[in-house]
Design a protein around this ligand. Structure first.
Ligand code: NAG
Ligand code: NAG
Ligand code: NAG
Length: 384
């Protein structure tokens, strides 16, 4: 938020506030001049990493003398890590993208964060995920994820909403200025992701005005998490330019049923081949026995967010308490898309992950339950 000096009168506060808001979002055209300055041989590399909360991203930028041709050309770096104590950590580059903000040859590089013993910090779950993906490499696990988010103005209200709330009813994939707010952000984010090399595969307006979705995939193994986190970074940066905030909170608007999720599609080579439906059904059987274990890792607060999201009051979310599955149905935990059931092979969709989930945790747990662990009995005692 904005810090206003306490001793200012309310009126002055308001004037300064509106001045600050304007200076935050205006004059972006001025920036064009600086971005158009001739480039030398140097390359700006922006290091991106997941912070202690496991939800937010941080970044900082340095100059390299020449353009890196791959991840190996980008050196490790250090950063300070603040989670009550201030410690020094190491940033280890894991995946490189083109920088859609300062353009070629500049790069974005997603990093893992290691402590002084080179152990990943607790909120950095990528290496654990990578280990499991290595174990199941021969299954060729593919993922696709659908990130929902809600835009907020700097006044703290959903972007474009009147103080008394949104006058409009639920819409999905809607068109028209009276139905959707903030399409520019969706479009620019899409373009920026494509430029960067993020495997974004679509976008649409979601069920609340100012709620949007983008999809990333198909990605194999750990790549899924790398591309989704980078797409999130690009979203927050695009929003900075437009003077709005993208919230990945599960339920940022108290009095609305609408929530934001991050559905995940999953398949293996067997599921994608002829006769794959039986492997899909077996995976879903396994998932049904581990409902509460999965909910615990499907949001960053150990399951606390799922309660508010999976109310089963809305037509497109499922119950928090009971695992459910069906074909071409939106209000279930896990669904088999209609076209997959007709074709007899393909993938399934787990609709439970929260918008603020850590994709590395979600993918790892899916793979563990569906491909690695034997869970014959119903060990899901807590869900009932
Ligand atoms: C996931 O599957 C659903 C249902 O078939 C589809 O609509 C969606 O586009 C897929 N998303 C991704 C990211 O693969
Ligand atoms: C999903 O919605 C349909 C129709 O609204 C309803 O008949 C069905 O019981 C719901 N399923 C679950 C699992 O809540
Ligand atoms: C299984 C699970 O994750 N349950 C949690 C979901 O959210 C509620 C409410 O915060 C928690 O009490 C549960 O432990």
């Amino acid at each position: 938020g904005l810090l206003i000096h306490k001793s200012l009168s309310l009126k002055k506060e308001k004037i300064i506030m509106s001045f600050l808001l304007e200076s935050l979002i205006l004059h972006k055209t001025v920036k064009k001049h600086y971005l158009s300055l001739a480039k030398g041989a140097e390359c700006q590399v922006t290091y991106i990493w997941i912070d202690y909360s496991g939800e937010n991203l941080q970044c900082k930028t340095r100059t390299l003398n020449k353009e890196p041709t791959g991840i190996r050309d980008i050196p490790e770096w250090s950063a300070s890590w603040m989670d009550g104590n201030l410690i020094e950590v190491t940033l280890v580059p894991v995946r490189m993208f083109r920088d859609p903000f300062t353009l070629d040859p500049d790069k974005l590089v997603l990093c893992e964060v290691l402590d002084s013993n080179r152990v990943p910090m607790g909120s950095n779950q990528r290496s654990q995920c990578a280990k499991v993906m290595e174990e199941v490499r021969e299954f060729e696990p593919w993922f696709g994820m659908e990130q929902e988010y809600i835009l907020f103005g700097l006044d703290g209200r959903p972007f474009g909403w009147a103080p008394q709330g949104s006058p409009f009813t639920r819409v999905n994939c809607a068109v028209g200025i009276n139905q959707v707010y903030g399409r520019d952000i969706c479009i620019c984010h899409y373009k920026a992701c494509l430029y960067a090399g993020v495997k974004i595969c679509g976008t649409n307006a979601e069920s609340l005005p100012s709620q949007w979705e983008f999809q990333v995939g198909p990605c194999e193994g750990t790549e899924m998490g790398d591309h989704l986190w980078t797409a999130r970074y690009i979203l927050h940066r695009v929003c900075e330019d437009f003077g709005v905030v993208a919230s990945l909170d599960v339920k940022p608007i108290e009095d609305k049923l609408d929530t934001s999720g991050c559905h995940i599609n999953f398949s293996t080579k067997e599921m994608r081949s002829e006769g794959g439906l039986q492997y899909i059904e077996e995976a879903i059987r396994r998932l049904s026995r581990r409902h509460s274990q999965h909910l615990r890792v499907y949001d960053p607060h150990g399951g606390a967010d799922n309660m508010s999201r999976l109310t089963s009051q809305s037509s497109s979310t499922s119950s928090f308490h009971v695992f459910s599955t069906a074909t071409s149905c939106r209000n279930v935990s896990v669904r088999i898309p209609g076209h997959v059931s007709r074709r007899g092979c393909g993938y399934f969709e787990d609709r439970r992950p929260a918008a603020n989930c850590d994709p590395y945790n979600v993918m790892r747990t899916l793979v563990e339950t569906c491909l690695l662990e034997t869970c014959e009995e119903n060990d899901d005692v807590e869900a009932s």
